[in-house]
Design a protein around this ligand. Structure first.
Ligand code: DC
Length: 224
């Protein structure tokens, strides 16, 4: 019998540093890094392209039959495909962030993506990052980490990332969208963002990314 893969859940709000930290730790351990937000973003982008209101559960639900979302791992780097098209870059805009948060509150969308996430985790040692990985997707994950940080600091990190990409949103815009997304993601009735009871809470406020990678690697190292 093959050994059960090791699954590490990393949840938390946008901009807490989950993806950078999880990527760094995955590389150290030789695990794959799975960014589940990319799945919701792909569905959000599809709805935007089709001109469907991303908060309209019926409208978005009706699109699911025509949507095929796949994750592929090329040299350990995740790529997301929407109906065969590589949308890994297209999903990284502020509009796609808000669309993802909107569609992620729709139960049919969450159900649509659940098996895909569990299937990857059942076959691979992985770090999976999202909002409900420790609570819903992988409740039996061997390690669960909930990463958070002060909202102003998270918004500043995101603002700098967007600037590097040439996206000219102001800091105030980024901060207000982040607060809106935090609120939506934490207050939806289905799979809201919250720490699993057995998670380790890690606050990255005031940490450099390297400090967070080192501390979380050490935490994981103690457990596996
Ligand atoms: O991690 P991210 O910022 O790329 O996620 C985009 C949105 O997708 C986020 O605002 C909420 C949603 N999401 C979710 O509901 N559940 C997940 N496991 C991952 C993301």
């Amino acid at each position: 019998m093959p050994m059960k893969p090791i699954n590490i859940a990393i949840d938390g709000p946008a901009g807490a540093g989950k993806s950078t930290v999880a990527k760094g730790v995955a590389k150290k351990l030789g695990y794959i890094y799975v960014d589940t937000g990319a799945l919701y973003r792909a569905i959000g982008v599809h709805a935007l392209r089709k001109g469907v209101d991303t908060k309209d559960a019926e409208g978005v639900g009706a699109l699911l039959g025509e949507i095929k979302v796949e994750l592929k791992f090329v040299d350990g780097v995740q790529k997301v495909f929407l109906c065969g098209e590589d949308v890994s870059e297209a999903i990284r805009t502020p509009d796609a962030s808000m669309a993802a948060s909107n569609v992620s509150a729709i139960p049919a969308v969450r159900a649509f993506l659940l098996d895909l996430q569990r299937d990857i985790a059942s076959k691979n040692n992985c770090l999976m990052d999202g909002r409900d990985i420790g609570t819903v997707v992988l409740p039996d994950a061997q390690i669960k980490i909930f990463m958070t940080a002060d909202v102003e600091e998270r918004a500043m990190r995101r603002y700098k990332e967007l600037q590097e990409k040439g996206i000219s949103d102001t800091f105030e815009q980024v901060l207000s969208e982040m607060k809106e997304r935090d609120f939506q993601d934490s207050n939806r009735p289905i799979a809201p963002l919250k720490p699993a009871e057995d998670s380790i809470i890690f606050d990255s406020t005031g940490h450099t990314l390297q400090q967070s990678i080192d501390e979380i690697s050490a935490l994981i190292g103690e457990k596996i």
